[in-house]
Design a protein around this ligand. Sequence first.
Ligand SMILES: [Zn+2]
Length: 296
Amino acid sequence: MGKTKISEAVSKGKVLISDGAWGTFLQKKGLKPGECPELWCIDRPSDVLDIAKSYIDAGADMIETNSFGGTSFKLQHYGLENRVMEINEASAKISRKAAGENKWVIASVGPTGKMLIMGDVTEEELYNAFKDQAIALEKGGADAICIETMSDIDEATIAIKAVRENTKCEIICTFTFDKTVQGDYKTMMGFSPSETIKAALEAGADIVGANCGNGILRMIDIVKEIRTVSKTIPVLVHANAGLPQMIDGKDFFPDTPEMMREQVKNLVAAGVNIIGGCCGTSPAHIKAMKEAVAAL
Ligand SMILES: [Zn+2]
C-alpha cells in the first residue's frame, strides 16, 4: 500500500488515535468464558467487523485485529492450533474491511503463555509461532504488527525478530506494567519500562509503549520513564478504563470517557504519540480522546 507509515505520520508531530478494547467488547457481544475469541473471525465475522467499525466510526486512525491469542500455543487450548493461518488472515481481512485503505490495521499479537525461563518452550518454537502468525496477519492486510501485553523481554524480542525477518510490517511493541509497593513500575516478570523499551528498540521495534494493566493516569508516569530511553521513538499507549474493581463477580472499569478525555493533554505532554484504549474502554472513550487531541 502507498500510504505513509505510522512512525512517519507521528514524526511530523501529529498525535494519532488508536482503538479501544476488544476482549471486553467481545464479552459484551456474548463471548462466553471458555470460548475462543479469535474463532469469532471465522464463525461470527459480522460481530467482529462491527467492533472494528465502531472504533473507526469513533475516530480511530488505526484499528487492531481480533488475533490477540492467535499463536499456535494459544489456539492449542481450543484444539485450533492447525488453523493459525486461516484465523489470523481472517482477522486482518475483517479489520481491513472496517479501516478501508486510508486507515492503518495494526494486528494484535499477544503473549504465548509459555515461559522460556521455565523451559516450557524453546526460542525456536516461540520464533516459529510468532512467524506463522505474523505472516498470516500480513497476508490478510495488516500494515503493522502490534506485539502487546508483553511481560518477558526475551519473548518480546523473539516476536519482534520474527516479524522483522518475515514481513514488511511496521513493528509496535507494548508491555504491561504494574505499580509496585515501592511506587515504580514493573512487568509481571520484573522488568522496568526503561529495560523493556531499550530491549525492544535494540530488537528493531519501530514504535514502543505500554498497554493494559493501568488507567491513563499511571500511563503518564510510564511514558515519562520511556522518554528517558529515547526522545524520538514513537510511543503508543493503550490504557485501560482505570483499574478494574470486582463488582458482582465481574470486572468493572471505573474511568469514564470524560475522565480519559481530561488526561489526554497530560499524556501528550509526557511524550505520547498514539493514544488508544485497552480493557474496559469503548468507542465512547475513543471518541472523547479523539476530541481532546483535536482540541490540543
Ligand atoms: Zn487490557
